[in-house]
Design a protein around this ligand. Sequence first.
Ligand code: C2E
Ligand code: MG
Ligand code: MG
Ligand code: MG
Length: 294
Amino acid sequence: YLAKGNGGGVAVYDPSKDENTTERLVLLTELHDALGRPDSDQLTVYYQPKCDTHTGQVVGAEALVRWRHPERGLLGAEKFIPVAETAELITQLTLVVLEQAIRQARVWLDQGRWLGVAVNLSVRHLADVRLPEQVNEMLTRHRVPPALLTLEVTENTVMTDPHRAVAVLAMLRAGGVKIAIDDYGTGYSSLAYLKRLSVDELKIDRSFIIGMTSDDNNQIIVKSTIELGHNLGLRLVAEGVEDAETWRHLQTLGCDVIQGFTAQPPLPAPEFDDWLRRWDADQREAAIVDLRLR
Ligand code: C2E
Ligand code: MG
Ligand code: MG
Ligand code: MG
């Protein structure tokens, strides 16, 4: 009857939590399996363009992991990254994504495209002093200039173990890699503190961007973040730009880069390349129209 009481600090048995744990363990086991068989290509990387806010030119792409699960179908990152983060597996997974993304940057270079790639890092990796060497090894092996790689970390990831994170980020940056603060505005750090970490880019969280055209508070937050970030010498990226109106608004606010469904949702590399060719052609056409209008 205690379990019914629901109070007094008594741990209440909750079968749904239990199921959840089993579910997590199954997922972890399957993920471990998938990582152990790289030839199965279950773990794959999608790319989402980052566009110059003012010209529309594609300046890079964010690498976002997907899992082609043999039974469950295509799984988005939110379906398994949080689970992977509870285990060492996340480190192995991130190395797989890094390898694919850096190789892709090489493919683009061979096509004559100077496109940066951005990879998300989890908290465990920021405490791993081997990471900078592993990253440098991959860049060297694929002959990719370090400046083409951006590593995205969230504020809370950094704040979990600031001393360690600062050291690892400093080593990476000394090697020429760029650092971005992801989901900016949702964490607990101050911009002044982040600046001391010496980061290159600030990505304003999509919760401030989505619907900003109709929300005065979000507009004020975005405007002042862009101003403050620029004063600190950072590149400003808006994520979650879902419509042309928001994009135009970000132009007037002087935001440097936009990312979001209005340009293009994440795509596998071959589809991304097709999209890129169409986008470039459209851009050229738009530029010609622009000239005619003058
Ligand atoms: P994130 O790094 O903030 O990535 C942006 C997320 O927003 C992506 O979700 C992307 O598909 C989504 N998104 C992009 N544009 C729009 C838009 O206009 N509207 C909306 N509503 N959403 C948009 P995704 O791919 O599901 O990834 C979720 C999160 O999972 C990422 O957030 C990142 O924190 C994590 N993640 C993804 N791939 C990796 C990875 O390879 N390693 C690690 N450690 N984390 C990853
Ligand atoms: Mg990110
Ligand atoms: Mg983000
Ligand atoms: Mg995120």
